[in-house]
Design a protein around this ligand. Structure first.
Ligand code: PRX
Length: 629
């Protein structure tokens, strides 16, 4: 591949990177192309199975694919127990730094201990295999412990991002019918406290299924503890119920591992379901090859564990690979813009994986901040979540990676569970392109009728073959799973993104083609923001769209029609922004709210958000023949 003459701005990996890589790229691509199931079976064999599978891929009931059928395993066992009989036992599994400088670390032995103990606590709280547990926390190590403890006993975790607020949390607890909520007293963010427990209390007023709440003490400020319902984590962990009795549940490969809510085109967020077997194999393999994991590496995925990136590549992927995962609690620039660079130097981080929005945010402060620190331990860099503009890519490459670290621009989704379009260390890079599908994956870009588009033309990005870490369904809504992902083109998974492919076959993601908005890489739905707005007494109708933003990638702009009797004032507009923040979380606060008399709608009453967007950008709105007036 590296011998081919490529067009455009190309960055070739150094000989050192290629020679150091634990995989020979060409061999991997060839093997996966020749024998797709054999490729995945070989990877699965590197993990522990209590009972081996009978079939690698079962596609007898499309699109409800199954992987490693009849195989018995447990992802938590593979993250922890398998490392205890080797030198990894005393190796650090997790290093954590708090925003306030507090530090914690866990060896594989220590992490196993705590996870096992907490799993016994959960069992004593009545959590059984298949029960759902909502986890609503800041970025603290106990979040990983809680996830792993659930997985260990076969409970299904549903992590709700700690930046979400009352309504978002309430909806997710209700929909998953969680028995237990695990939260913190508070979380630090930019030196302030986010009142996680208080938000939980409000959400629980209307959530009937939760019988116990476990609270981790992080901030130590005064909070309400409901007698009979709320218990401190540290108290529970010191009771005899937190025993060392082994408790690993033998899971079927297809048993649920977690639910993760994400925004879609319409209405309420949907819970994406991932399972023990295929998700484990997918995250293990992709991390190993794409980030070329070496035994001694310290890997830092700077995402939030509350999103898929954190699930797959802070918690599961790194631990499955037996590597040291680093987690940082707070904001990148707190208290100084050099915070991240300082930690890379301090802990000797080898691989940094983050989002374009963070890079753009840090770039704004100039080169002087990173230049003060020794970043020479870095070997590879990564980005995810939204397209990266070439300017930010080059800054990351030059200033952070010192022109020696390849940048893995990984395209994937909550639904895919693992990297899908991504370079490998040996891949020549083009700034802004995720390059090529991961070995064995068949992807395409289609026009409205389902024909592949020509080189450099825009179309709908689809995936043509199943992959192990794929979502299995939408929780409680299999019809929506079929409808949303598998109905536009026969037998193909619709990603919801538009993309182009250049003459070298390199993929360039353009963005979402549905009503999903990516703000700073976070995924939100126009419909959710609109319902938050209309839940305010002053608003009768609302529309939310995304407009380009220099740092965040996109910013939310909202249009509202006021109820009669209400008048536009700056105070009201500010109140509406705050209201969205209270209902959904600060990331969903619209940048700008405009009061209007009417909204463009189709004759059937659907708001035409694309017309609003075109108007705001001063461009041609395209076909408006369905517009009512
Ligand atoms: O639009 C794509 C964008 O993020 C969407 C998926 O969002 P989410 O489910 O929250 O998962 C994000 C982290 C895996 C995609 O449909 N996206 C993700 N990665 C990239 C990207 N856009 C461009 N380049 C990427 N590397």
């Amino acid at each position: 591949m590296s011998n081919k003459k490529l067009s455009g701005d190309v960055y070739h990996p150094t000989e050192e990177v290629i020679n150091n890589a634990n995989a020979k790229c060409d061999e991997l691509y060839n093997f996966a192309e020749r024998d797709y199931e054999g490729f995945w079976a070989k990877e699965a064999e590197e993990l522990h199975w209590f009972q081996k599978w009978n079939k690698v891929l079962d596609d007898s009931n499309k699109p409800f694919f199954k992987w490693f059928t009849d195989g018995k395993t447990n992802i938590c066992y593979n993250c922890l127990d398998v490392h205890l009989d080797s030198a990894r036992r005393n190796k650090l599994a997790l290093i954590w730094e708090g925003e306030d400088g507090e530090f914690k670390s866990f060896s594989y032995f220590a992490l196993h201990r705590d996870v096992n103990k907490f799993a016994n606590v959960l069992k004593s709280l009545g959590v059984h295999k298949g029960d759902r547990v909502t986890i609503y926390m800041g970025r603290v190590p106990e979040l990983a412990i809680a996830m792993l403890a659930c997985a260990r006993i076969g409970a299904v975790h549903s992590v709700v991002y700690g930046g979400f607020s009352v309504e978002a949390l309430h909806e997710r607890i209700d929909d998953s019918e969680s028995k237990v909520l695990i939260t913190c007293d508070g979380a630090y963010q930019r030196g302030k406290i986010i009142e996680l427990k208080q938000i939980s209390d409000e959400a629980l007023q209307r959530a009937a299924t939760v019988s116990s709440v476990v609270v981790i003490k992080r901030t130590g400020h005064d909070i309400n503890m409901e007698p009979g319902r709320d218990m401190w984590y540290h108290d529970l962990m010191s009771l005899p119920i937190a025993s060392n009795d082994e408790n690993v549940e033998m899971m079927d490969a297809e048993d649920p591992l977690f639910l993760l809510y994400t925004s879609g085109t319409t209405g309420k967020p949907k819970a994406i379901l991932h399972v023990h077997g295929g998700y484990m194999v997918g995250t293990y393999t992709t991390l190993k090859y794409v980030f070329d994991i070496h035994e001694e590496d310290r890997f830092w995925c700077a995402a939030d564990p509350g999103w898929i990136t954190g699930h797959s590549y802070i918690v599961y992927g790194p631990l499955l690979n037996g590597v040291t995962s680093f987690m940082y609690e707070g904001a990148p620039t707190y208290p100084y813009p050099s915070r991240w660079w300082q930690m890379i130097e301090k802990y000797g981080i080898n691989i940094l994986y983050t989002a374009p929005t963070a890079i753009r945010g840090l770039m704004r402060f100039g080169e002087a901040w990173p230049k003060r620190h020794d970043l020479s331990t870095l070997r590879l860099l990564g980005t995810v979540g939204e397209p990266i503009n070439p300017e930010a890519w080059k800054w990351y490459y030059k200033v952070i990676g010192n022109e020696k670290c390849p940048i893995m621009d990984t395209w994937w989704q909550t639904e895919t569970g693992m990297f899908m379009i991504t370079p490998m260390p040996c891949t020549p890079l083009k700034p802004g392109s995720g390059t090529l599908p991961f070995p064995g994956l068949q992807m395409d870009i289609l026009d409205e009728e389902g024909n592949p588009v020509k080189a450099n033309e825009e179309g709908f990005l689809v995936i043509k073959n199943p992959w192990p870490a794929m979502l299995r369904t939408i929780w409680n809504d299999p019809d929506r799973y079929v409808e949303q992902y598998w109905s536009k083109y026969d037998g193909m998974y619709l990603t919801g993104d538009s993309a182009k492919r250049d003459e070298d076959g390199y993929y360039w993601i353009i963005g979402r083609v549905d009503d999903v908005i990516k703000v700073s890489g976070y995924r939100l739905g126009s419909a959710e923001i609109e319902s938050a707005l209309v839940s305010h007494p002053a608003v009768v109708e609302a529309a939310a769209i995304a407009l380009p933003h220099e740092i965040k990638g996109n910013a939310i702009h909202a249009y509202v029609i006021l109820r009669s009797g209400y008048k536009r004032t700056d105070t009201l507009v500010e109140e509406l922004r705050k209201h969205v923040g209270h209902e959904m979380g600060p990331i969903a606060k619209p940048e700008h709210i405009e009061v209007v008399d009417s909204l463009p709608k189709t004759r059937s009453g659907k708001i035409m958000r694309r017309v609003l967007k075109a108007k705001a950008l001063g461009v041609d709105p395209g076909n408006i023949s369905t517009l009512a007036e």
